[in-house]
Write a protein that binds this ligand. Structure first.
Ligand SMILES: [Zn+2]
Length: 234
């Protein structure tokens, strides 16, 4: 499985927020401003599957622009796996940004699947398991994406919680929220990720959703380094 880390940072930096392209055909999260990079540096017309962890703008805000590219290339049988209410929110965005002509394309070509904690979804040749995470009080999810017996974990945005341990126990590699420098109920801190890396020595932890401060701390703690446009093959 190839995972392209389109960017690894959080909102409060000059770099793009965290998103991924899996094997060229799956997009995981669509942060505000990410469309420019996705459009110019990647081949969006190959995207058939879109995963959304939650509806904060740094995960969802540019989805309508990706939909426009899929429509312009007449891409059919698109699947979006997202928390409950994705279609309604997307149509509200269409209305807000005066692109309601996208509704017809979506109605005819896009299937919406709703995330449920512990549920598995067969999407193309992927098996995806959704885990409800703890990110303040939001309906937010992490995923295990499995293909050809390879499983890769994605925490989405989350503080320390049982679901996180479940994801880590099943994966050799996890991209993990490391946004903070101290413990809180929204995000993991780099220190907590360091403790997990010591607890699960066989798992590779890749810190993402970084702030400049948490990136500095992650470096000081000796965590793996990540950078925008980094490619992983698992
Ligand atoms: Zn976020």
């Amino acid at each position: 499985m190839k995972v392209t880390l389109v960017s690894n940072m959080c909102t409060w930096t000059k770099e793009l927020s965290t998103s991924y392209i899996i094997n060229d055909n799956m997009l995981l999260d669509v942060p505000q401003g990410s469309f420019k990079t996705l459009y110019c540096d990647y081949d969006l017309k190959k995207i058939k599957y879109i995963l959304i962890t939650h509806f904060h703008s740094d995960h969802f805000a540019d989805l309508h622009l990706v939909i426009e590219i899929l429509k312009n290339n007449n891409i059919k049988n698109v699947v979006i796996l997202a928390p409950k209410g994705c279609k309604e929110r997307l149509y509200n965005i269409f209305k807000t940004f005066e692109v309601s002509y996208l509704i017809n394309y979506v109605e005819e070509n896009v299937t919406f699947l709703e995330c449920e904690n512990g549920k598995s979804y067969k999407i193309g040749d992927y098996k995806i398991k959704a885990y409800k995470m703890v990110h303040a009080s939001l309906d937010a999810y992490g995923f295990i994406i499995e293909q050809n017996c390879v499983k890769v974990g994605f925490s989405g945005d989350s503080c320390m919680c049982n679901s996180l341990h479940k994801i880590i126990k099943h994966c050799g590699n996890i991209f993990i929220d490391s946004a903070s420098t101290s413990e809180n109920l929204k995000h993991l801190s780099a220190g907590e990720v360091k403790a997990l890396a010591e607890e699960y020595k066989d798992v590779n932890f890749y810190p993402v959703h970084l702030s400049y401060n948490s990136q500095k701390l992650a470096d000081e703690l000796g965590l793996n380094k990540t950078h925008p446009k980094q490619e992983f093959v698992f």
